[in-house]
Design a protein around this ligand. Structure first.
Ligand code: ZN
Length: 78
C-alpha cells in the first residue's frame, strides 16, 4: 500500500514539476512583455513632426524610419 502511495506521489510530483514549469515560464514571459509594453503605452510625449514641425502626441504620431510625423501626408505614406 505504501508503495502505491509513494508511486502516486512520485508521479504527481513529476506531473506537477513538468506542468508547472512551462506555466511559470509563460507567466514570466507575459509579465516581462507587459512591463516592456506598459511604459511605452502610458508615456505620452509630444513629438515634433519631421516635415512641418507640428507637435503631435506620440500616441498619434506616425513613425517612419524612426522619425515622427503628424500625419500620413507628412510621413509620405498612403
Ligand atoms: Zn507634419
Amino acid at each position: 500500500m505504501l508503495k502505491i502511495v509513494l508511486t502516486i506521489a512520485v508521479i504527481a510530483a513529476v506531473y506537477f514539476f513538468l506542468i508547472k514549469k512551462p506555466q511559470v515560464t509563460q507567466h514570466r514571459r507575459k509579465r516581462a512583455d507587459d512591463e516592456k509594453r506598459r511604459p511605452k503605452a502610458d508615456e505620452e510625449i509630444m513629438v515634433e513632426c519631421e516635415k512641418c514641425g507640428t507637435f503631435v502626441s506620440s500616441h498619434e504620431a506616425i513613425i517612419v524610419d524612426g522619425k515622427y510625423y503628424c500625419s500620413k501626408t507628412c510621413a509620405g505614406v498612403k
